[in-house]
Each structure stands twice: as C-alpha cells, then as structure tokens.
Write a protein that binds this ligand. Sequence first.
Ligand code: THU
Length: 160
Amino acid sequence: MKKIKIETELEVYDSVSSLPSELKDLMHKAQKARENAYAPYSLFKVGAALLLETGEVIIGNNQENAAFPSGLCAERVAVYHAGATYPGKTIKALALTARSLNHEVRTPTPPCGACRQALAEYEVKQQTPISVYFMGETGNVVKAASVKDLLPLIFDSSYL
Ligand code: THU
C-alpha cells in the first residue's frame, strides 16, 4: 500500500479592493447579479460572473423552485448560459459571491460540488484553466487558479 497526498494551493486576498482591477470589476458584476437571485426558500443569494477571453462578462444567480431540486446554482446558470450563447469562447475567470438575508456571510463561499463538476467540463473542453475567485458578502476573497484545484480526482470524458 502506498499513500497519495493531494495538495491545493489557494491565494487569499484581504478584500475585493485588493484584487487586480479586471477581477475587481468582475466581482462587482457578480455582486450586482447576486441581488437578482431568486432565493425565496434559502434566503441565500449567490451571484456569479464569468469573464470570457473576448472581455465579455456572463452573469448568473441562483434560481430556486418550490420543488427544491428543480432550482439551479448561480455558477451553473452562468456557465450554461455561456455555453449556449458563446460556444467555443474560452472562459478565463469566475467571480462568485454569496449573501444571506439572515446573517452576514464573511466566510468565502466556494462553488458546491455539482457546480465544480459542471465547471470542470468546460475547463477540460477549453484546455485552459478557469481561475475561480470566491467570497461571502464581505471579507476575504479566495482564488483557485484552476477548477482542478477545487476538484481533485476530477471526473472527465477520458474515463468513459
Ligand atoms: N448555491 C449556489 O448558487 N451556488 C453554490 O455553489 C452553492 C449553493 C445556491 C443554491 C441554493 O439556491 C442556495 O444557494 C442555498 O443552497
């Protein structure tokens, strides 16, 4: 038996204002998108903004449903919109932010497992890393240089 160690290196920025300007703008767009989330059940609003190679920005926010599993996370709303509207255009970065109507979210909120898998599909397809910047409502912003850093042992089409 041998052991395999999986390590991930993430970068932590103090706040949105310490991000490089392109990413600061992207996070501001995610914050704006977050406010239009439809989250009457969880009261947890999430906003996502994707930066394409062309400079275009695609936004998404969580869309909930009375039949709970029918809802969709902000990241997948954004990435599927990008796939549908800008097929073949490389996604450079994702900015993600969450806010609760119940309490202040200071802890950076990472993409859920299902969204990591959905994002991984596009990262593998485009053969270029998507950097992921995530935060709560206030406080630190965490950067993962690639979706792979958030999803070790990634499952992709090579296993099929
Ligand atoms: N949510 C997202 O939009 N993205 C995530 O990565 C985690 C969770 C949404 C789904 C649901 O509408 C609410 O947050 C509470 O889970």
